[in-house]
Design a protein around this ligand. Sequence first.
Ligand code: AMP
Ligand code: MG
Ligand code: MG
Length: 306
Amino acid sequence: MAATAPVIMRVMASSISTAKRAGGIIRDVLKKGDLGIVDKGKNDPQTEADRSAQRCIIASLAQKFPTVKIIGEEGGSDLNVCDDWLVNELDEGFLQQSCPAEWKDVKPEDFVIWVDPLDGTAEYTQGHVEHVTVLIGIAVKDAAVGGIIHQPFYQQPDGEMGRTIWGLKGLGTGGFTAVPAPAGQFIITTTRSHSNALHQQALNAFASTEVLKVGGAGFKVLQLLEGKAHAYVFATPGCKKWDTCAPEAVLEAQGGCLTNINGEHYAYNADVEHVNRQGVLASLGQDHAALVEKIPAEVRAAVRAK
Ligand code: AMP
Ligand code: MG
Ligand code: MG
């Protein structure tokens, strides 16, 4: 089965297994206690966990799919990793599914894999570990098509640590139970560490009943999927393609929508600029175009000009 499955199914299955291993590395670094924090910019830390998880993910996927382009947040990685970090398994449960017809003949050179080895690093260093996710997004040409969102610190009912959510357009999602957001309310999920005046102006334009401030693009999209919020609003540049590729694919495989704040999808081919200059607007079960219209025209024009 595994050897004959279409490439996209094998890339997804391998990414599921690899994200779980990376989650284990992230837990181990925290347990050891020495985070090895380096500042990449203002409010943009990197730790030993980001570096090690990225090496595990890129080395494992590059070994299995040598001709697929992989772009990781932490730049060029030393791919000489110990055997313990080289993941060979393909998630068997995922491979039981059948491949949507539209992806059956996609060639390795048509893919880009966008890797955020640890989304929510600031929160990881501050002890808000429930916001941390591992993101592996799979783009076909320009479109975010498949995604894995792994939560290393999610405790399963049986005590096992970690939960892995996946989505593939045309197939659906797995690893969680979708819950609609409460009717009669409008709850926004947004950044807790990268706000500014422009962003605040956009937030103020919604008649929200509650604003949740949490870390990471992955965790915010999980809040939409699990009915904790109606929309994810981030009206300023700052998040990158590796932050949104996997969340966009999972959310849209569930029927939601993730775009910039002007309502346009980002392109995820290998040549695009990494920064998402026009912010993020994501929703599930809402009239997405109507949400775009609520954001003041001057805020939308300001991000367009950036
Ligand atoms: P947040 O919603 O602030 O947790 O951000 C979601 C993702 O985008 C995280 O990976 C952040 O590191 C990244 N991000 C957002 N804004 C910025 C910024 N101004 N500088 C660096 N990274 C950012
Ligand atoms: Mg991130
Ligand atoms: Mg990261």
